[in-house]
Design a protein around this ligand. Structure first.
Ligand SMILES: [Fe+2]
Ligand SMILES: [Fe+2]
Length: 192
């Protein structure tokens, strides 16, 4: 299929075509928001980083055992450029494939993906059920308490932090800020 410049609207339709589960769509939206935030911080292409975040788990609901491989097929069929396909695949580095994250965008996706899950779980256990008043120190405590949201792979986050040469507290802080920008869409606006 002919390669075109992806746009956000098409990307969101593609995500919804392959994912019907609310939590998976919200996860895509959360990662999108964080990637857009980090793109701004790095003076990079906000739209492109956001789309990669939005679609990174596009194959997860239908093909969990072929996660990342099927995404390549889905995105290539939909005409996405190699840069997007490689970026999406590389978030599974060492977990479901050996596609190493190289570009800054890829390493940031690798670092923040799991973290959005931790922040979501942390926000939802609070009385406000909101990310808007969630503080870094609270998330840092939960990050170090490995029994909390035990499915969240802290080692991936720490390895990512090393690769992007960013302090973990700064990563937590910027990831929270990114998620705040989409608080309503990801269901973490609470009652505030
Ligand atoms: Fe994934
Ligand atoms: Fe993910």
């Amino acid at each position: 299929m002919e390669k075109t410049t992806p746009n956000r609207e098409h990307a969101f339709e593609l995500l919804k075509k392959y994912n019907k589960t609310d939590s998976l769509i919200k996860h895509g939206l959360a990662v999108e928001a964080v990637m857009r935030h980090f793109a701004k911080l790095n003076n990079e292409d906000v739209e492109k980083w956001g789309i990669v975040g939005l679609l990174h788990d596009v194959d997860y609901e239908m093909y969990p055992s072929e996660h990342c491989d099927k995404a390549k097929e889905i995105l290539e069929t939909a005409g996405y450029p190699e840069e997007y396909v490689h970026a999406v695949q590389s978030h599974g580095w060492g977990i479901c494939n050996d596609v190493e994250p190289i570009h800054k965008m890829e390493n940031i996706l690798y670092t923040i993906d799991e973290l959005t899950g931790l922040i979501t779980a942390n926000a939802l256990m609070r009385p406000s059920k909101s990310v808007l008043d969630l503080e870094v120190k609270s998330v840092k405590k939960k990050f170090n308490q490995r029994s909390f949201a035990a499915g969240v792979n802290r080692d991936v986050v720490l390895l990512g932090a090393e690769r992007i040469k960013m302090d973990i507290s700064d990563i937590l802080s910027e990831t929270i800020k990114g998620m705040r920008s989409a608080a309503e869409e990801i269901g973490l606006k609470g009652e505030l």
